[in-house]
Design a protein around this ligand. Structure first.
Ligand code: SAH
Length: 221
């Protein structure tokens, strides 16, 4: 068994991963399916080997190109909020694939995941990694998430892992009635977690805790 195998060893072992799950439960993540998805996702394979021993700390870590893999607690709580209202057999749009960690967590919970990343080099790496991990219900695209991905919508859930200053206009109409969008909203220094729900009447907005995400940037590179 090697540190960079799916099962890991020592600081990357399943037991270490289970300790992270226990910590998330203590911090208030209660949805058993979300906890199981975190337990099933080998976070140490989503970061550089040099950082693998820190993969099961509840912390954000660098993934290159000035981007970060989100903190597990934040991944778990956004996912929990998103799937609370999302039927199991539906499609979700993620904006900001990054290393693909949140993408794999979502893939364990919903039928189809569509994910967009603006940095080509990260997108290619995420695609190869998810393929190697045999994640097959995910479609990835190198593009600008401000436009969403209208061809495959509408989506029952939309999750943003980079922070726009306000909800991108195009995303509202890509949400199904009954669907939810979860995002960090704000500027570089001050953001809060926002949930938008689409009802037959229109859109409802809920504001959550302060968070700290990389900014959403337009255009692809
Ligand atoms: N969920 C990711 C988090 C990565 S950080 C993970 O677990 O690794 C957020 C990502 O959003 C970065 O990779 C960044 O390049 C990307 N991003 C920022 N603006 C974007 C945009 N307009 N469209 C698509 N992706 C964007």
């Amino acid at each position: 068994m090697r540190a960079n195998s799916i099962d890991g060893i020592g600081m990357t072992s399943r037991r270490t991963r289970q300790r992270l799950v226990d910590r998330l439960r203590e911090k208030g993540i209660s949805n058993p399916r979300v906890l199981q998805a975190i337990a099933d996702t080998p976070r140490h394979l989503f970061v550089d080997e040099a950082l693998a021993s820190r993969a099961y700390e509840d912390a954000a870590l660098p993934i290159g190109y000035q981007q970060t893999i989100s903190q597990p607690f934040v991944v778990a709580s956004m996912t929990q909020t998103l799937i609370e209202d999302v039927d199991k057999h539906t499609r979700v749009l993620e904006i900001g694939t990054g290393c693909g960690y949140q993408t794999m967590v979502l893939s364990r919970l919903v039928n189809l995941v569509y994910s967009i990343e603006r940095i080509g080099a990260l997108q290619v790496r995420a695609r190869d990694r998810l393929y190697d991990l045999k994640v097959r219900n995910v479609y990835l695209k190198h593009g600008d998430g401000f436009a969403g991905w209208p061809e495959n919508g509408p989506y029952s859930g939309i999750l943003l892992t980079a922070a726009p200053t306000e909800v991108p206009e195009a995303l509202y109409e890509q949400l199904t009635v009954g669907g939810a969008m979860v995002l960090p909203e704000g500027n570089r220094t001050k953001q809060r977690l926002v949930t938008i729900k689409r009802t037959t009447e229109g859109f409802e907005r809920f504001e959550g805790p302060w968070v700290n995400f990389v900014p959403m940037v337009s255009g692809k590179i």
